[in-house]
Design a protein around this ligand. Structure first.
Ligand code: PLP
Length: 371
C-alpha cells in the first residue's frame, strides 16, 4: 500500500559520480515544471524544432534527420540496428566492451550475420587493424562504440569509418556516453548513424535517445522494403518530427522541455568550452587519484574518455566498501565495474555540473577520507 503523503520520503540529493544517470542541470529541473501543452500546440512544435537544431550542433552534423527517439540509450541502439540491418546482412562489430556486446545481441535478434572483431576490454582499434579486418570481411554494416562506458576507453571514429567507407559499408556509432561532453563530430568523422542518450553528457534525465542519420544512409533506408519495428521506424518518426507532423506516438512532453533546456545550457556555455571543462576535470581527477594510489585502467592516456575515469583501487582497499562509505557519508554515488570488470575497477563519471575543480576536489577529499 502507498504511504500517506506526509510519511512518504522525498528523493535525496546525490552527487552522481557514476556514468549515468548523472546530475541534472538545475535549469533543466525548472524547465520540466512547465505546463504540459498539447502535442500540436505551436509552442510544442517550436520546442521540437529547437531540439533538432540543438542536437545537430552537439552531434556536429548538418544531417536533416536528427531528433530524439523515446527511450533510454538502448532505444537508440535498437533504432539504429533495426533500421539499418536487414536479416542476413553481414555486420561487423568492433567488440571491446559490454556495450559492443549489446550491439551484437540486438543485431543478432534482428537477423544479422554478425562478425566480431574482438579486443581486450580497455583497448581500442587502430586504423591499420580496422582496415585489414574490414577489407577481409567486407560487411555491409559496421558498428562500434565511441565511448565504451564499461571500460573508459574512447575509440577514434575515423580509424573505423575511413576503411568502412572505402568498402561502402554503413557505419553505426554508439555515442551514448560521448555526446555533450567530448567531441562526437559526426560529419567530420564520417559517421552514418549515431545514437546517444539524454542522461549523461547532456545533463538531462534519462528517457530520450538522440539519433542522427547521414543523407547517404537515409537514401539507403528509403529503398528498404519493410522495417521490422514499428515504434522505432525512422521513416515514420521523421514524418512526426518534420512538417506536416503526422501523428506517430504521444511525445514525452516534459522530457522534450528538459532536453531543449539542456541544449540551451550547452549552447550558452559553448560546446568547445564544455569539452575543455570536462578535459580539465579529467586531468585533475586522474592526477589526484594517482596521488591516492589508484591506477588508471586504460593504459594509454590518449584513449581515455575524459568524463568517465576508470581506475583500479590500491591494494588493501575494498572497492565495494569504499563505495558504500562514500554513499553513506557524502551522498556520493559512484559506479563499480560491470561485466568482466565487475569487482575490479571503479567507474567515476564527472559530467556536466560535476566537471568542475571544486567538485573534483570534494570527490578526491571524500575518497581519501573513506579509504
Ligand atoms: N551504450 C553505452 C556506451 C552506454 O554507456 C549505455 C548505458 O550506459 C548504453 C548504450 C545503454 O543506455 P541505457 O542504459 O540508457 O539504455
Amino acid at each position: 500500500m502507498l504511504k500517506a503523503a506526509e510519511k512518504r520520503t522525498e528523493a535525496p540529493e546525490r552527487f552522481l559520480f557514476g556514468p549515468g544517470p548523472t546530475n541534472v542541470d538545475p535549469r533543466v529541473y525548472k524547465a520540466m515544471a512547465q505546463p504540459i501543452v498539447g502535442m500540436r500546440d505551436p509552442f510544442f512544435f517550436d520546442c521540437m524544432a529547437e531540439v533538432q537544431t540543438g542536437l545537430r550542433s552537439v552531434f556536429g552534423t548538418g544531417n536533416a534527420v536528427t531528433f530524439p527517439v523515446p527511450g533510454t540509450g538502448s532505444s537508440g541502439m535498437e533504432t539504429a540496428i533495426a533500421n539499418f540491418v536487414t536479416p542476413g546482412m553481414k555486420t561487423v562489430i568492433f567488440a571491446n566492451g559490454l556495450f559492443a556486446d549489446r550491439q551484437t545481441e540486438i543485431a543478432k535478434r534482428h537477423g544479422a550475420q554478425v562478425v566480431r572483431f574482438e579486443k581486450d576490454w580497455g583497448e581500442v582499434f587502430s586504423a591499420d587493424e580496422a582496415e585489414t579486418f574490414l577489407e577481409r570481411e567486407r560487411p555491409q554494416v559496421v558498428a562500434f562504440v565511441q565511448a565504451e562506458t564499461s571500460t573508459g576507453a574512447f575509440q577514434q571514429a575515423k580509424a573505423i569509418t575511413t576503411p568502412a567507407k572505402k568498402i561502402g559499408a554503413i557505419t553505426i556509432a554508439d555515442c551514448v556516453t560521448s555526446l555533450g561532453a567530448m567531441p562526437v563530430e559526426v560529419d567530420s568523422n564520417d559517421i552514418d548513424v549515431a545514437y546517444s542518450c539524454s542522461q549523461k553528457g547532456l545533463s538531462c534525465p534519462p528517457g530520450l535517445s538522440p539519433i542522427t542519420v547521414s543523407p547517404r544512409a537515409w537514401e539507403w533506408l528509403q529503398k528498404r522494403e519493410s522495417i521490422d519495428t514499428w515504434y522505432l521506424d525512422l521513416r515514420l518518426l521523421t514524418k512526426w518530427w518534420d512538417a506536416p507532423h503526422v501523428y506517430h506516438h504521444t511525445p514525452p512532453t516534459t522530457l522534450i522541455y528538459a532536453i531543449r533546456e539542456a541544449l540551451a545550457v550547452i549552447e550558452e556555455e559553448g560546446l568547445k568550452s564544455r569539452w575543455e571543462r570536462h578535459h580539465r576535470a579529467h586531468e585533475r581527477l586522474v592526477t589526484g587519484l594517482g596521488r591516492l594510489g589508484f591506477e588508471p585502467f586504460v593504459s594509454n592516456p590518449e584513449n581515455r574518455i575524459w568524463h568517465l575515469v576508470t581506475a583500479r583501487v590500491p591494494s588493501g582497499v575494498n572497492e565495494a566498501e569504499l563505495r558504500t562509505r562514500l554513499m553513506e557519508k557524502y551522498g556520493i554515488d559512484m559506479a563499480a565495474g560491470i561485466g568482466k570488470l565487475s569487482g575490479q575497477i571503479l567507474r567515476i563519471g564527472i559530467m556536466g555540473p560535476l566537471a568542475t575543480d571544486e567538485k573534483i576536489d570534494f570527490l578526491l577529499d571524500a575518497i581519501s577520507s573513506s579509504m
